[in-house]
Design a protein around this ligand. Structure first.
Ligand code: ADP
Ligand code: MG
Length: 333
């Protein structure tokens, strides 16, 4: 590798530059040379079938797996050269098995990294309480519990709190909600999206579930066998313009319906829509087309009024407007 490689631009938090991995004794690459840029504050999801190299790629980012070649840059530094312990303390890591230490309280588990970093007791304790609040668990009730006294969903929240403890700029998450029942899982996904809107970490999140990927990611990297990167794009782009037949079949049926859950009525092109008349179903601009269609069906109406900045900007959209926007992915440029 040339020593003259220049670092990536400042808005790139993670750069993978032809990173690859071949485990010893294996004849093929677990991860074939892979390059991508992940921007600061971006939520990127790796999705693909089991064995395609998602976990290996994620673990190369904090060097739990040493790359066989290529370079990884984090926040302007070539991390293939930095001290591993120091690197890991600056990257939060959350896994499906959570990995809470059973004989330590919730507070001690969350305070693990701050203690390693030499924070004093008072600072660590107040950070623990702040994090419990952040993940929606009452500090007074939870800080003294042991992991076995928590539900799966609560354990997973503690896992997230622990990863956030030292306020790392980067979070790596490997199927963190994989072992959770579907209802709790949906709730954890919503909560985590909310949390991310507030904390704006750079997140790399691994899943094999395309629905989870499309729901969470700002951009989604769709991998196929042999860690081929089939497409790296926004959920809407993947649903609207799948790069190839592999992506099309991985996304599966119902792409139009799924697009409805990603589009907001406020983003519809209102050029052809009628100014609002009467008092039909009123919806707000940040509702998804999916939720608006659901409400129209429930109320048995075939139009909805989207509130504008002022009453004069209110627009009426018909059922047909919404459906055609969903199927064409047609939104304001
Ligand atoms: P994914 O997370 O997408 O399921 P992995 O990154 O775990 O995929 O695995 C990618 C490939 O590397 C698989 O073929 C897997 O069997 C192999 N592999 C993973 N870990 C090891 C290891 N420690 N030693 C040897 N081969 C491994
Ligand atoms: Mg994996």
């Amino acid at each position: 590798m040339s020593e003259t490689t220049t670092p990536p631009p400042a808005d790139v938090m993670i750069r993978l530059d032809t990173v690859h991995k071949r485990y010893s004794g294996q004849s093929g690459d677990a991860v074939a040379p892979l390059s991508m840029d992940i921007r600061a504050g971006e939520f990127v999801v790796f999705v693909g079938p089991s064995g395609c190299g998602k976990t290996t790629t994620l673990r190369m980012i904090n060097r739990m797996v040493e790359p066989s070649g290529g370079r990884i840059w984090i926040d302007g530094k070539d991390v293939t050269k930095v001290d591993v312990d120091d690197l890991r303390r600056h990257i939060g890591y959350v896994i499906q098995q959570v990995g809470l230490i059973p004989h330590m309280t919730v507070a001690a588990n969350i305070g693990l990294v701050p203690r390693l970093l030499g924070w004093d007791k008072a600072r660590t304790e107040s950070r623990v309480d702040e994090l419990l609040d952040l993940v929606g668990l009452e500090p007074a009730q939870f800080r003294t519990r042991y992991p076995k006294q928590l539900s799966g969903g609560q354990q997973q929240r503690i896992g997230v709190a622990r990863a956030l403890a030292a306020d790392p700029p980067v979070m790596l998450m490997d199927e963190p909600f994989g072992a959770i029942d579907p209802i709790t899982r949906g709730r954890l996904q919503e909560e985590f999206l909310d949390l991310q809107r507030r904390i704006r970490k750079t997140i790399v999140f691994v899943t094999h579930d395309i629905d989870e990927a499309l729901k969470l990611g700002d951009r989604v990297a769709v991998f196929s066998e042999g860690s081929r990167l089939a497409q790296f794009a926004s959920p809407l782009e993947i649903l609207t313009n799948p790069a190839d037949d592999y992506v099309r079949s991985f996304v599966g049926s119902g792409a139009a319906i799924r697009r409805l859950a990603l589009l907001r009525v406020g983003d519809l092109d209102s050029a052809d829509a009628e100014p609002a008349a009467g008092n039909g179903l009123r919806v707000s601009a940040d509702e998804t087309l999916y939720s608006v269609l659901e409400r129209m069906l429930q109320d048995g109406v075939d139009s909805a009024v989207v509130s504008g900045e002022s009453t004069a900007d209110d627009r009426t959209f018909t059922l047909r407007d919404l459906l055609s926007a969903g199927s064409a992915g047609k939104v304001r440029p």
